[in-house]
Design a protein around this ligand. Structure first.
Ligand code: 13P
Length: 339
């Protein structure tokens, strides 16, 4: 079992490849569709995602896996082919978001804990039958006056580890995602401190709960200045501080780290990743698991209209290629202009 998990995890961070996070919940995809004036119907959600998965060259060359929402894993394209099969045919691995979202944490105003553990063993069995070979669980840590509390960090780490242990039992690689939000006026120092504390708590919990690190992938935030902070760190500082923070807290047994984009601009998400890979030696592969930073341009180009599918696929393919290069430290800004 362990070597199978390890093979999947290694494939998820193959050279020059990363993960497409297309697992927006029904509420989140509605927000994205609202931004382009498209209605969030089951058919529109299918058509939009089918457009991405059928960008076959980008998928084959730069995408190792796709995180899906429950609906999408069960959905078929207009021609009847299952969307998961379209993904597999490009060589990418289908994955599934299994958490039920971040809910208010009792007794901790302003803080969240992620739910979804009840019945998860049975859900994993079904998801494996449906073709999912990895999964994702996202915890949300907010920085503000007096928070995060130790209680919030530990409650989320415990849930992440319980999820990861159940995933491995079902032969599914868990992506563990303790997201420290970039929203807020906090400094990069504060982001650094909270990210490191969250990662230490996570790896303590994974150890206690007997999770095999070789069969996991970490999906962290980068260490950034808060969006409202008056002083914004540049690319080199973000790269240096993020790598240093990860080296302090993430065991070398972890095969790969795939960042979330978290609201960074497309260009920043790519530039930061490339600077880390170009500038530092690291014990793990460092790649992407972007949602917005891979999809924003494509979503806009699509605009909910079938006649825009080819243009949207070009926009998606470009970002996939740029991030694939960044995963090898080979992205340069000139390549953006050239396109
Ligand atoms: P973003 O890259 O848009 O942050 O989404 C990644 C993701 O899957 C968050 O859980």
């Amino acid at each position: 079992m362990t070597s199978q998990l390890q093979d999947i995890a290694n494939a998820m961070v193959a050279d020059g490849k990363g993960i497409l996070a297309a697992d927006e919940s029904t509420g989140t995809i509605k927000k994205r569709f609202d931004s382009i004036g498209a209605e969030s119907t089951e058919d529109n959600r299918r058509d939009y995602r089918e457009m991405l998965f059928r960008a076959s060259e980008a998928m084959r060359d730069h995408i190792s896996g796709v995180i899906l929402f429950d609906e999408t894993l069960r959905q078929s394209a207009k021609d009847g082919t299952r969307l998961a099969q379209i993904i597999s045919e490009t060589g990418a691995i289908p994955g599934i978001k299994v958490d039920k979202g971040a809910k208010d944490l009792a007794g901790a105003p302003g803080e969240k804990v992620t739910e979804g553990l009840d019945g998860l063993r049975e859900r994993f069995a079904e998801y494996h039958d449906l073709g999912a070979r990895f999964a994702k669980w996202r915890a949300v840590i907010t920085i503000a006056d007096g928070i995060p509390s130790r209680y919030c960090i530990d409650a989320n780490a415990h849930a992440l580890a319980r999820y990861a242990a159940l995933a491995q039992e079902a032969n599914i690689v868990p992506i563990v995602e303790p997201e420290v939000l970039m929203d807020g006026a906090h400094t990069i120092d504060r982001m650094d401190e909270v990210t490191e504390a969250s990662l230490h708590a996570l790896y303590d919990a994974l150890y206690e709960q007997r999770v095999v690190l070789e069969g996991t992938i970490l999906k962290p935030n980068m260490v950034l200045s808060g969006t409202e902070c008056t002083s914004q760190a540049g690319v080199e500082e973000v790269a240096e501080r993020t790598v240093k923070c990860l080296k302090r807290a993430v065991p070398a047994a972890v095969p790969g780290i795939c960042f979330l984009s978290g609201g960074q601009s497309d260009g920043d998400a790519t530039a930061h990743l490339s600077a880390m890979n170009a500038g530092y030696d690291m014990p793990w592969k460092l790649s992407f698991s972007y949602g917005r930073a891979l999809q924003a341009a494509a979503l806009k180009a699509w605009g909910g209209r079938s006649e825009n599918v080819a243009a949207a696929q070009r926009a998606f393919s470009h970002r996939a290629k740029m991030n694939g290069l960044a995963a090898m430290g080979q992205w340069r800004n000139e390549l953006e202009q050239a396109a």
